[in-house]
Design a binder for this molecule. Structure first.
Ligand code: GDP
Length: 464
């Protein structure tokens, strides 16, 4: 179904470029374009590009030489008639072309409105719409690859059999209740439990995979901690040199502490500089230290750097204690190229002496020679949980919205399993089953009771 109004927007980024594209979508898209563009030869056919001239409707003068591509519904990005006009990339021309389209009856598109129309017209589901956004925002090729497989519908495809199974269960229970006199075969308890377990196991795996998925999507926050002169900046630079694909800064309150972002193995790593850590009585400095502590606590992983050419100090011990209490920790025994005063074994003993909950590994490095940097890089990915154990990139849950909905579904499945074990009335089970199904439907954007009714009637042939 084509919407009434036709929307228009510049589809290319702001600024000057080789070309700039104005996109129209809606019922009058082709009509509006034909008022403004005079084709060089014949008008373009379906999904063909044709050369033309953008004529100023006010003066009749040629403003630009353009390429017009027509996508007739439903074979277009939005499923509506779409016209893409490629101009030379002058912001002035592009803006004027949009203005002319508005005068001809188009409406300025809202952010994301083209993708939203693709969703409303049923060409893509919500996860795919979200993947478009992720793809555009990806900072590394690896992120782009994950987004691209989601754009192809991989997450929805993984959810589909579970939704179907839940619908089947609901249909059978609904039939048992509403049409109890009709002698419909309702499953037994063990069968129900077994089916719930299958769904539950996979959704639980997906929920667990978010730890990695989140890191792929948002990047890893790594704070580098240590006494002055132990080699934090040097290690930092070594890590950055591994892969020069520099990515953008991340927003947030601790932004001023993030000195660099880099890509390690295709995953963006935001390095948080915590050089300012020390005990102080100065009020202003205390705020800085406070903020640094916050950044350390907010990090996915802390890297404590120790200088092995020096003796182990009270400060090292204090930093070890503090960082261990905050979560994942990796200790870097740096300056291994120099004569040793503190051994790896001594550091491991110091770690054992602290009763912190989190495990800590020690990696021997030299920022000077590059020794151990490769291992450090591997350990960082490993300890932070940034290693994809499933090996299935496309089905990764990278989106917080999806994660929360999956958790909701999981909780409902658990309630349902408990209720099943206690042999409660089917009507109560149905509440849990609906609660488990609804979030999955919300993930793909297809919350529809009609589905359930359809299954009841098609499967059980009631109404005989
Ligand atoms: P930070 O204060 O912890 O950031 O330490 P820096 O990275 O600025 O390093 C302090 C000094 O130690 C510099 O002179 C570095 O060149 C030196 N340094 C850093 N790492 C190593 C290393 O692995 N071996 C040696 N020999 N010197 C290092």
């Amino acid at each position: 179904m084509m919407k009434e109004d036709t929307i228009v927007a510049i589809a290319t980024p702001p600024g000057r470029g080789g070309i700039g594209v104005v996109r129209l979508s809606g019922r009058d898209a082709i009509e509006i374009a034909s008022q403004l563009i005079r084709p060089a030869k014949a008008p373009p056919e379906v999904q063909r590009s044709a050369l033309g001239k953008f004529m100023d409707p006010h003066t009749g003068k040629v403003l630009d030489e353009v390429l017009v591509t027509i996508f007739r519904h439903p074979h277009s990005y939005t499923c509506e008639d779409v016209v893409e006009i490629s101009c030379h990339g002058s912001p002035v021309i592009l803006r004027y072309l949009v203005e002319c389209c508005l005068e001809c009856g188009a409406r300025a598109a809202e952010p994301g409105e083209f993708a939203m129309r693709a969703f409303l017209n049923g060409r893509i589901d919500l996860t795919q719409a979200e993947a478009i956004r992720d793809l555009i925002e990806s900072q590394t090729l690896y992120q782009a690859r994950v987004a691209a497989t989601q754009l192809a519908g991989s997450l929805s495809a993984r959810l589909k059999p579970h939704k179907q199974a839940l619908l089947d269960l609901i249909a059978r229970l609904e039939a048992g209740i509403d049409f109890a006199d009709d002698d419909v075969d309702v499953m037994d308890w063990e069968d129900l439990l077994a089916q719930l377990d299958v769904i539950r196991a996979d959704i639980e795996t997906m929920v667990a995979g978010y730890a990695y998925g989140r890191i792929v999507r948002d990047g890893l926050r790594l704070s580098v901690v240590g006494r002055p002169n132990v080699g934090k900046s040097s290690l930092f630079n070594r890590l950055l040199n591994m892969d020069r694909a520099i990515v953008t800064e991340i927003p947030g309150t601790t932004r001023d502490l993030v000195t660099e972002s880099a890509s390690i193995g295709g995953i963006p790593v935001h390095l948080v500089d915590t050089a300012g850590i020390r005990v102080t009585t100065d009020a202003v400095e205390r705020i800085g230290v406070e903020r640094t502590h916050q950044a350390m606590a907010d990090s996915d992983l802390r890297l404590l750097v120790v200088d092995t050419s020096q003796d182990w100090t009270e400060d090292d011990q204090e930093l070890l204690r503090k960082t261990r209490s905050m979560g994942s920790l990796l200790v870097c025994a740096n300056k291994a190229d120099l004569p040793e005063r503190t051994s790896k074994a001594a550091i491991e003993r110091a770690i054992l002496g602290e009763n912190g909950e989190a495990p800590a590994q020690v990696v021997v490095t030299s920022a000077l020679t590059g020794q151990g940097i490769e291992e450090l890089r591997d350990r960082i990915m490993e300890v932070a949980g940034a290693v994809n154990s499933s090996g299935q990139e496309g089905e990764l849950v990278t989106n917080l919205r999806h994660q929360q909905l999956l958790k909701e579904s999981l909780a409902a499945l658990d309630r349902c399993r408990e209720a099943t074990k206690q042999r409660v009335h089917h009507e109560m089970l149905l509440i849990d089953l609906y609660d488990a199904l609804r979030p999955l439907d919300t993930i793909t954007g297809a919350t529809d009771v009609e589905d359930i009714l359809g299954i009841i009637f098609s499967r059980f042939c009631i109404g005989k």
